[in-house]
Design a protein around this ligand. Structure first.
Ligand SMILES: NC(=O)c1ccc[n+]([C@@H]2O[C@H](COP(=O)([O-])OP(=O)(O)OC[C@H]3O[C@@H](n4cnc5c(N)ncnc54)[C@H](OP(=O)(O)O)[C@@H]3O)[C@@H](O)[C@H]2O)c1
Length: 347
């Protein structure tokens, strides 16, 4: 291995309640490339996947699925890379590896521990572009797949609402609903351009610009018989308004709550939750890693839909490890269409 420099973003401090993600929260350092010992191996990062959950890992005021990243540690981050040195016979130099690589050029991987066991895979011959493995064939696609099929229990004939529909998970979720025979799929997005893209390119039936429309009126118009399945990644007012329009026996799949991450008052909850009772509805949260043992099933379905052209993958590429903080903040600003990916290194 000729490269000796390992650029890293380390956590310098945690953000204030309403503070955006920026480079001010991190320290940019250069360390030497780690050497593997025992059963370890080293992965060179090629792409990272910025996700809204990354802000959560810096939020000490709420419980986190994987816990906070301690100050001084390399920032957590999922990515795809190539194995460049190995002392583990199961992980060979030249194979590709998807997992928690961190915001750095080179990571030392140790095949033990919950995060490793439940969220990593090695790939000998990946599809191209490699970012597919982080997007539609990776965590975004799997989240949409299990969220729709398991938490949402999608059925043919359902009338479906998807929030953050032009984002990585939402764009896949809406398309999966269509593939599974939904009667109508309506997406919520933050610009007219995104709404046009949802309808004209991804095949959503309708799309609503939640920033300019009267959402309550529009949902009443689009769902005269109610929403059978609401796949929600946004929380807050959008969740509350959607709950007012659910049908009898509706399902609400709680995928995320991106609108409330900067809102210290968000913990009061949606007042329209009472409609769950009137409509005998179910609201179910889910975490994609709960289905890790079934990822092969999701991957097979997603691959097949992707190769048949039924499932369109779109990525929004940022350039360079140095831009990771901005790439995460872009998600909160709605600056992305499709899966946000950050290129870090060439192979
Ligand atoms: N449950 C799980 O296992 C799991 C796994 C992965 C991701 N997730 C969740 O899935 C959601 C989507 O993640 P992603 O990585 O695919 O991100 P993404 O949807 O690609 O990006 C986030 C999008 O959210 C929208 N948004 C941001 N702030 C908003 C606000 N205040 N109100 C309404 N919309 C807002 C923006 O689009 P607009 O222009 O439309 O506003 C933005 O493009 C997140 O909530 C994430 O936490 C859950």
């Amino acid at each position: 291995m000729s490269e000796t420099r390992n650029r890293q973003w380390r956590v310098a401090r945690y953000p204030e309640a309403d503070e955006p993600i920026s480079s001010a929260l991190f320290e940019w350092v250069e360390r030497s490339v780690p050497e593997p010992t025992d059963d370890q191996f080293v992965v060179k990062t090629l792409y990272l996947a910025p996700g809204p959950a990354l802000r959560g890992y810096l939020d000490v005021s709420h419980q986190q699925f994987l816990g906070n990243v301690p100050v001084g540690e390399v920032m957590r981050g999922r990515g795809i890379g190539v194995i460049v040195s190995s002392k583990n016979s199961d992980y060979t130099v030249g194979e590709y590896f998807v997992g928690s690589l961190g915001w750095q050029d080179y990571s030392l991987q140790q095949p033990r521990g919950k995060e490793f066991v439940f969220s990593t895979k090695k790939i000998s011959s990946p599809l191209r572009p490699l970012s597919l493995e982080l997007g539609i064939l990776g965590q975004s696609g799997a989240t949409a797949y299990f969220g729709m099929l398991e938490a949402g229990r999608i059925k043919a004939g359902d009338n479906v609402l998807v929030s953050a529909a032009a984002g990585g998970v939402g764009s896949a979720a809406g398309q999966i609903a269509r593939i599974k025979g939904a009667a109508k799929v309506v997406g919520l997005a933050g610009s007219d351009k995104k709404c046009q893209w949802l309808i004209n390119t991804l095949g959503f039936d309708r799309a609503i610009n939640y920033k300019t429309a009267d959402l309550n009126d529009q949902l009443a118009k689009e769902f005269p018989k109610g929403i059978d399945l609401f796949f929600d990644s946004v929380g807050g007012d959008i969740l509350n308004t959607g709950l007012a329009h659910i049908s009898l026996n509706a399902r609400v799949a709680v995928c995320g709550f991106i609108s409330t991450d900067y809102d210290p008052n968000a913990d009061t909850g949606p007042i329209n939750y009472r409609n769950l009772l009137y409509q005998r509805a179910t609201m179910q949260g889910f975490i994609v890693f709960d289905y890790w043992e079934r990822f092969a099933e999701a991957e097979q379905a997603l691959r097949q839909w992707h190769s048949s052209g039924e499932l369109i993958f779109c990525e929004d590429l940022s350039d360079g490890l140095e831009n990771m903080p901005q790439a995460v903040e872009d998600l909160f600003a709605g600056n992305n269409s499709g899966v946000k990916i950050c290129w870090v290194n060439n192979e």
